[in-house]
Design a protein around this ligand. Structure first.
Ligand code: CA
Length: 218
């Protein structure tokens, strides 16, 4: 192969790897650092009934809670976040029993391929074999199928990294916003912990198998 051909090949690869202009999608409050909850146990219902950027149903909230005059001596500020190291910032989200968390994420570009990436863990609660179940959808398509979420560490030890989850790759069928929804489906004294939720553009040389592609609806 001569030098011109090599240069052309290099040029085509670099173009292939650059996402289309404007295709980046930004999740608002992706690591649950925007709010400061101070009322135990950290549910949103007890702390103003709102989580910045998100809507929710059920017992959803943020741990740890922040110290305040309401804090009782010896009270655990993170009763749900009871194991594993915080993946991003200082706070994680919890979803207890059956609950849902939703954000209409804007900025998708028709024809661009994306995947959801996030960190997950489960409350240990002295019952590590009793696991919550989680599924994740976008625009009505399930992109992370329902699965058990297991605690990454022992209770009270906040060192082990949360598990990293990558969804199936999907192709945006249109420009604009799609609903990103996390749902927990098992309701027996369990809780899922989430942090660092991102939507990444998948470039041409990654995950090229067409059978993994999905096209969510609105
Ligand atoms: Ca965080």
């Amino acid at each position: 192969m001569n030098r011109v051909a090599l240069a052309l090949l290099a040029g085509s690869i670099s173009l292939w790897l650059i996402p289309p202009a404007g295709a980046q999608v930004r999740v608002l409050n992706p690591g649950f650092e925007a709010d400061r909850f101070s009322l135990w146990p950290g549910t949103a219902d007890a702390n103003g009934k709102a989580i910045d950027g998100w809507s929710y149903q059920g017992n959803v909230g943020i741990n740890p809670i922040q110290p305040s005059p309401n804090s009782r001596p010896g009270q655990d500020p993170a009763p749900f976040f009871d194991n594993g190291g915080c993946p991003e910032g200082r706070q994680v989200l919890f979803m207890q029993n059956q609950a849902s968390l939703r954000q209409d994420v804007d900025g998708f570009v028709k024809g661009t391929r994306y995947r959801i990436v996030f960190r997950e863990n489960a409350r240990h609660n002295n019952a590590p074999e009793r696991n919550p179940r989680l599924r994740v959808g976008l625009g009505g398509e399930i992109l992370v199928s329902e699965h058990d979420v297991q605690p990454v560490g022992e209770i009270g030890i906040r060192e082990m990294p949360f598990a990293r989850v990558e969804s199936a790759v999907f192709t945006a069928p249109g420009d604009g916003a799609f609903a990103l929804v996390f749902e927990t489906t098992f309701a027996d004294r369990v809780a899922v912990l989430l942090d660092d939720i991102r939507i990444e553009v998948v470039t041409g040389l990654e995950d090229a198998e067409p059978e993994r592609g999905k096209s969510p609806g609105r």
